[in-house]
Design a protein around this ligand. Sequence first.
Ligand code: GLN
Length: 304
Amino acid sequence: MTDFQPIIDNITLQAKKQVDKGQVANYIPEISNVDPNKFGISILDEKAQLYSSGDAKEEFSIQSISKVLSLSMAFSIVGENLWKRVGVEPSGDPFNHLSLLEMENGIPRNPLINAGAIVVCDILISNLKNPKSEFLEYVQSIANDPSINYDEKVAKSEKETGFRNYAAAYLIKSFKNLENDVETVLDFYCYSCSIRMSCEQLVKVFYIFMNRGNCLQNNNYLKLPQVKRINAIMLSCGFYDEAGEFAFEVGLPGKSGVGGGIVALLPNKFCVATWSPGLNKKGNSKLGMSALEKLTTETGLSIF
Ligand code: GLN
Protein backbone atom coordinates (compact mmCIF):
# COMPACT_ATOMS: atom_id res chain seq x y z
CA MET A 1 0.00 0.00 0.00
CA THR A 2 1.35 3.44 -0.94
CA ASP A 3 1.63 6.04 1.83
CA PHE A 4 0.40 9.06 -0.12
CA GLN A 5 0.68 11.55 2.76
CA PRO A 6 4.33 12.67 2.38
CA ILE A 7 3.89 12.82 -1.41
CA ILE A 8 0.83 15.07 -1.33
CA ASP A 9 2.28 17.24 1.48
CA ASN A 10 5.28 17.88 -0.73
CA ILE A 11 3.08 18.59 -3.76
CA THR A 12 1.07 21.11 -1.70
CA LEU A 13 4.24 22.81 -0.47
CA GLN A 14 5.49 23.23 -4.03
CA ALA A 15 2.10 24.41 -5.32
CA LYS A 16 1.79 27.07 -2.60
CA LYS A 17 5.24 28.41 -3.64
CA GLN A 18 4.37 28.68 -7.35
CA VAL A 19 4.22 32.25 -8.60
CA ASP A 20 2.36 31.67 -11.90
CA LYS A 21 -0.90 30.08 -10.80
CA GLY A 22 -2.91 30.72 -13.99
CA GLN A 23 -6.05 32.85 -14.33
CA VAL A 24 -9.25 32.43 -12.32
CA ALA A 25 -12.22 32.01 -14.70
CA ASN A 26 -13.97 35.34 -15.08
CA TYR A 27 -16.80 34.63 -17.51
CA ILE A 28 -19.09 33.48 -14.68
CA PRO A 29 -19.12 36.56 -12.42
CA GLU A 30 -19.87 34.62 -9.21
CA ILE A 31 -16.79 32.38 -9.46
CA SER A 32 -14.37 35.11 -10.52
CA ASN A 33 -13.71 36.33 -6.97
CA VAL A 34 -12.22 33.10 -5.56
CA ASP A 35 -8.79 33.39 -3.89
CA PRO A 36 -6.21 32.16 -6.46
CA ASN A 37 -3.85 31.06 -3.68
CA LYS A 38 -6.01 28.14 -2.60
CA PHE A 39 -4.62 24.67 -3.18
CA GLY A 40 -6.02 21.39 -1.92
CA ILE A 41 -5.53 17.72 -2.72
CA SER A 42 -7.21 14.51 -1.46
CA ILE A 43 -6.66 10.86 -2.25
CA LEU A 44 -8.95 7.98 -1.36
CA ASP A 45 -7.34 4.58 -1.88
CA GLU A 46 -8.83 1.14 -2.44
CA LYS A 47 -8.76 0.40 1.29
CA ALA A 48 -10.89 3.54 1.85
CA GLN A 49 -7.94 5.34 3.45
CA LEU A 50 -8.29 9.11 2.99
CA TYR A 51 -5.22 11.36 2.61
CA SER A 52 -5.58 15.15 2.45
CA SER A 53 -3.36 18.18 2.25
CA GLY A 54 -3.78 21.98 1.94
CA ASP A 55 -7.29 23.37 1.43
CA ALA A 56 -8.82 19.93 0.85
CA LYS A 57 -11.81 20.53 3.14
CA GLU A 58 -12.85 23.79 1.51
CA GLU A 59 -15.80 23.70 -0.90
CA PHE A 60 -15.65 25.17 -4.40
CA SER A 61 -17.84 25.20 -7.52
CA ILE A 62 -17.33 21.85 -9.26
CA GLN A 63 -18.67 23.19 -12.61
CA SER A 64 -17.97 20.74 -15.46
CA ILE A 65 -16.98 17.93 -13.08
CA SER A 66 -20.75 17.60 -12.60
CA LYS A 67 -21.01 16.46 -16.23
CA VAL A 68 -19.63 13.04 -15.23
CA LEU A 69 -22.27 12.75 -12.51
CA SER A 70 -25.20 13.74 -14.73
CA LEU A 71 -23.85 11.32 -17.35
CA SER A 72 -23.62 8.57 -14.74
CA MET A 73 -27.20 9.12 -13.56
CA ALA A 74 -28.63 9.33 -17.11
CA PHE A 75 -26.67 6.25 -18.23
CA SER A 76 -27.92 4.22 -15.27
CA ILE A 77 -31.52 5.20 -16.15
CA VAL A 78 -31.61 4.89 -19.97
CA GLY A 79 -28.67 2.52 -20.59
CA GLU A 80 -27.10 2.21 -24.04
CA ASN A 81 -29.94 4.25 -25.63
CA LEU A 82 -28.02 7.26 -24.37
CA TRP A 83 -25.57 6.97 -27.27
CA LYS A 84 -28.35 7.69 -29.77
CA ARG A 85 -28.42 11.24 -28.41
CA VAL A 86 -24.73 11.97 -27.74
CA GLY A 87 -21.44 10.69 -29.23
CA VAL A 88 -18.26 9.39 -27.62
CA GLU A 89 -15.49 11.03 -29.65
CA PRO A 90 -13.12 13.66 -28.28
CA SER A 91 -13.94 17.03 -29.79
CA GLY A 92 -10.46 18.58 -29.87
CA ASP A 93 -12.34 21.83 -29.29
CA PRO A 94 -12.80 24.10 -26.27
CA PHE A 95 -15.56 23.12 -23.81
CA ASN A 96 -17.94 25.83 -25.00
CA HIS A 97 -17.32 25.46 -28.71
CA LEU A 98 -20.25 25.83 -31.04
CA SER A 99 -19.04 24.79 -34.46
CA LEU A 100 -21.21 22.46 -36.46
CA LEU A 101 -18.21 20.17 -36.65
CA GLU A 102 -18.76 19.54 -32.95
CA MET A 103 -22.20 18.22 -33.74
CA GLU A 104 -23.41 16.00 -36.50
CA ASN A 105 -27.15 16.36 -36.99
CA GLY A 106 -27.49 17.82 -33.53
CA ILE A 107 -25.62 14.94 -31.84
CA PRO A 108 -22.87 16.54 -29.73
CA ARG A 109 -19.46 14.90 -30.00
CA ASN A 110 -19.40 13.68 -26.39
CA PRO A 111 -21.20 14.14 -23.03
CA LEU A 112 -18.35 16.05 -21.35
CA ILE A 113 -18.42 19.19 -23.51
CA ASN A 114 -21.16 21.72 -22.76
CA ALA A 115 -23.31 20.76 -25.77
CA GLY A 116 -23.24 17.07 -24.78
CA ALA A 117 -23.96 17.76 -21.12
CA ILE A 118 -26.93 19.90 -22.15
CA VAL A 119 -28.39 16.87 -23.98
CA VAL A 120 -27.70 14.67 -20.93
CA CYS A 121 -29.59 17.20 -18.76
CA ASP A 122 -32.49 17.05 -21.22
CA ILE A 123 -32.57 13.24 -20.85
CA LEU A 124 -32.64 13.53 -17.05
CA ILE A 125 -35.46 16.09 -17.16
CA SER A 126 -37.52 13.74 -19.36
CA ASN A 127 -36.93 10.83 -16.98
CA LEU A 128 -37.20 12.41 -13.52
CA LYS A 129 -40.17 13.92 -11.68
CA ASN A 130 -38.06 16.51 -9.83
CA PRO A 131 -34.76 16.67 -11.72
CA LYS A 132 -33.00 19.21 -9.47
CA SER A 133 -33.76 17.50 -6.18
CA GLU A 134 -33.35 13.95 -7.51
CA PHE A 135 -29.97 14.74 -9.08
CA LEU A 136 -28.75 16.35 -5.86
CA GLU A 137 -29.99 13.37 -3.82
CA TYR A 138 -28.15 11.03 -6.21
CA VAL A 139 -24.85 12.87 -5.61
CA GLN A 140 -25.48 13.15 -1.84
CA SER A 141 -26.25 9.47 -1.57
CA ILE A 142 -23.11 8.35 -3.45
CA ALA A 143 -21.02 10.48 -1.04
CA ASN A 144 -23.22 9.58 1.93
CA ASP A 145 -23.17 13.31 2.65
CA PRO A 146 -26.43 15.31 2.76
CA SER A 147 -24.50 18.57 3.20
CA ILE A 148 -23.59 18.67 -0.54
CA ASN A 149 -25.68 21.38 -2.21
CA TYR A 150 -26.21 23.70 -5.15
CA ASP A 151 -24.89 27.25 -5.04
CA GLU A 152 -27.93 29.32 -6.01
CA LYS A 153 -25.83 32.46 -6.63
CA VAL A 154 -23.49 30.68 -9.04
CA ALA A 155 -26.40 29.01 -10.86
CA LYS A 156 -28.18 32.35 -11.22
CA SER A 157 -24.99 34.12 -12.30
CA GLU A 158 -24.40 31.55 -15.05
CA LYS A 159 -28.04 31.62 -16.18
CA GLU A 160 -27.75 35.39 -16.67
CA THR A 161 -24.48 35.25 -18.61
CA GLY A 162 -24.31 31.83 -20.30
CA PHE A 163 -25.32 33.05 -23.76
CA ARG A 164 -23.11 30.54 -25.53
CA ASN A 165 -24.82 27.67 -23.74
CA TYR A 166 -28.22 29.06 -24.79
CA ALA A 167 -26.89 29.25 -28.36
CA ALA A 168 -25.71 25.62 -28.18
CA ALA A 169 -29.06 24.51 -26.76
CA TYR A 170 -31.03 26.31 -29.50
CA LEU A 171 -28.79 24.77 -32.14
CA ILE A 172 -29.39 21.29 -30.70
CA LYS A 173 -33.11 22.04 -30.42
CA SER A 174 -33.17 23.02 -34.11
CA PHE A 175 -31.95 19.49 -34.88
CA LYS A 176 -34.72 18.11 -32.63
CA ASN A 177 -32.27 16.61 -30.14
CA LEU A 178 -33.84 18.39 -27.13
CA GLU A 179 -37.19 17.13 -25.85
CA ASN A 180 -37.73 19.90 -23.31
CA ASP A 181 -37.69 23.65 -23.74
CA VAL A 182 -34.35 25.45 -23.72
CA GLU A 183 -35.09 27.48 -20.54
CA THR A 184 -35.90 24.37 -18.51
CA VAL A 185 -32.84 22.50 -19.75
CA LEU A 186 -30.45 25.42 -19.17
CA ASP A 187 -31.87 26.02 -15.69
CA PHE A 188 -31.11 22.42 -14.72
CA TYR A 189 -27.70 22.51 -16.48
CA CYS A 190 -26.65 25.67 -14.58
CA TYR A 191 -27.80 24.20 -11.25
CA SER A 192 -25.91 20.96 -11.84
CA CYS A 193 -22.69 22.90 -12.63
CA SER A 194 -23.12 25.02 -9.49
CA ILE A 195 -22.79 22.13 -7.02
CA ARG A 196 -20.18 22.86 -4.35
CA MET A 197 -17.84 20.22 -3.06
CA SER A 198 -14.44 19.95 -1.39
CA CYS A 199 -11.62 17.70 -2.62
CA GLU A 200 -12.54 15.29 0.21
CA GLN A 201 -16.17 15.13 -0.93
CA LEU A 202 -15.18 14.75 -4.59
CA VAL A 203 -13.00 11.68 -4.02
CA LYS A 204 -15.87 10.06 -2.11
CA VAL A 205 -18.26 10.60 -5.02
CA PHE A 206 -15.78 9.54 -7.72
CA TYR A 207 -14.89 6.45 -5.67
CA ILE A 208 -17.69 4.67 -7.59
CA PHE A 209 -15.73 5.04 -10.85
CA MET A 210 -12.58 3.53 -9.32
CA ASN A 211 -14.46 0.89 -7.34
CA ARG A 212 -16.47 -0.95 -10.00
CA GLY A 213 -19.60 1.15 -9.55
CA ASN A 214 -19.79 0.71 -5.75
CA CYS A 215 -19.63 3.57 -3.24
CA LEU A 216 -17.83 3.56 0.12
CA GLN A 217 -20.96 2.10 1.76
CA ASN A 218 -20.84 -0.66 -0.87
CA ASN A 219 -24.09 0.32 -2.59
CA ASN A 220 -24.00 -0.24 -6.34
CA TYR A 221 -24.65 2.68 -8.73
CA LEU A 222 -23.30 1.44 -12.08
CA LYS A 223 -22.66 -1.88 -13.75
CA LEU A 224 -19.06 -2.76 -14.56
CA PRO A 225 -19.40 -2.24 -18.36
CA GLN A 226 -20.94 1.18 -17.63
CA VAL A 227 -17.97 2.13 -15.42
CA LYS A 228 -15.67 1.07 -18.26
CA ARG A 229 -17.48 3.37 -20.68
CA ILE A 230 -17.54 6.39 -18.37
CA ASN A 231 -13.83 6.04 -17.51
CA ALA A 232 -13.00 5.74 -21.23
CA ILE A 233 -14.93 8.93 -21.95
CA MET A 234 -13.17 10.73 -19.09
CA LEU A 235 -9.79 9.69 -20.51
CA SER A 236 -10.54 10.77 -24.07
CA CYS A 237 -12.82 13.76 -23.45
CA GLY A 238 -12.41 14.94 -19.82
CA PHE A 239 -10.08 17.86 -20.60
CA TYR A 240 -11.53 19.22 -23.87
CA ASP A 241 -8.76 20.14 -26.29
CA GLU A 242 -6.19 19.21 -23.67
CA ALA A 243 -7.30 15.58 -23.19
CA GLY A 244 -4.23 14.32 -25.08
CA GLU A 245 -1.93 16.43 -22.93
CA PHE A 246 -3.57 15.20 -19.70
CA ALA A 247 -3.18 11.56 -20.80
CA PHE A 248 0.42 12.29 -21.78
CA GLU A 249 1.36 14.10 -18.55
CA VAL A 250 -0.83 12.35 -15.99
CA GLY A 251 -2.10 9.11 -17.55
CA LEU A 252 -5.42 8.80 -15.69
CA PRO A 253 -9.10 9.18 -16.65
CA GLY A 254 -10.36 12.38 -15.09
CA LYS A 255 -12.45 15.53 -15.36
CA SER A 256 -11.79 19.20 -14.81
CA GLY A 257 -14.05 22.17 -14.11
CA VAL A 258 -13.58 25.93 -14.54
CA GLY A 259 -13.90 26.30 -10.75
CA GLY A 260 -10.34 24.91 -10.70
CA GLY A 261 -11.15 21.37 -9.58
CA ILE A 262 -9.80 18.21 -11.17
CA VAL A 263 -10.71 14.66 -10.22
CA ALA A 264 -8.94 11.60 -11.61
CA LEU A 265 -8.67 7.92 -10.78
CA LEU A 266 -6.76 4.70 -11.26
CA PRO A 267 -9.34 1.87 -11.39
CA ASN A 268 -9.20 -0.39 -8.29
CA LYS A 269 -6.34 1.68 -6.80
CA PHE A 270 -7.12 5.28 -5.92
CA CYS A 271 -9.14 8.36 -6.66
CA VAL A 272 -7.60 11.85 -6.42
CA ALA A 273 -9.02 15.38 -6.43
CA THR A 274 -7.15 18.68 -6.63
CA TRP A 275 -8.34 22.27 -6.37
CA SER A 276 -6.46 25.36 -7.49
CA PRO A 277 -8.65 28.10 -9.01
CA GLY A 278 -6.12 29.44 -11.57
CA LEU A 279 -6.67 27.99 -15.04
CA ASN A 280 -4.38 27.55 -18.03
CA LYS A 281 -5.38 28.77 -21.49
CA LYS A 282 -7.44 25.63 -22.15
CA GLY A 283 -9.59 26.15 -19.05
CA ASN A 284 -7.99 23.43 -16.91
CA SER A 285 -6.45 24.09 -13.47
CA LYS A 286 -2.79 24.95 -14.02
CA LEU A 287 -1.42 23.78 -10.67
CA GLY A 288 -3.86 20.86 -10.52
CA MET A 289 -2.45 19.47 -13.77
CA SER A 290 1.16 19.78 -12.61
CA ALA A 291 0.31 18.32 -9.17
CA LEU A 292 -1.23 15.25 -10.80
CA GLU A 293 1.73 14.92 -13.17
CA LYS A 294 4.05 14.86 -10.13
CA LEU A 295 1.83 12.35 -8.34
CA THR A 296 1.72 9.76 -11.13
CA THR A 297 5.37 10.27 -12.13
CA GLU A 298 6.65 9.92 -8.56
CA THR A 299 4.51 6.93 -7.63
CA GLY A 300 4.58 5.23 -11.05
CA LEU A 301 0.80 4.79 -10.62
CA SER A 302 -1.05 5.49 -13.87
CA ILE A 303 -3.13 3.41 -16.28
CA PHE A 304 -0.05 3.15 -18.48
N1 GLN B 1 -20.83 25.84 -16.29
C1 GLN B 1 -19.67 26.02 -17.13
C2 GLN B 1 -20.09 26.35 -18.56
O1 GLN B 1 -21.09 25.86 -19.01
C3 GLN B 1 -18.84 24.76 -17.09
C4 GLN B 1 -17.60 24.85 -17.92
C5 GLN B 1 -16.44 24.08 -17.35
O2 GLN B 1 -16.34 23.83 -16.16
N2 GLN B 1 -15.52 23.76 -18.22
O3 GLN B 1 -19.43 27.13 -19.23
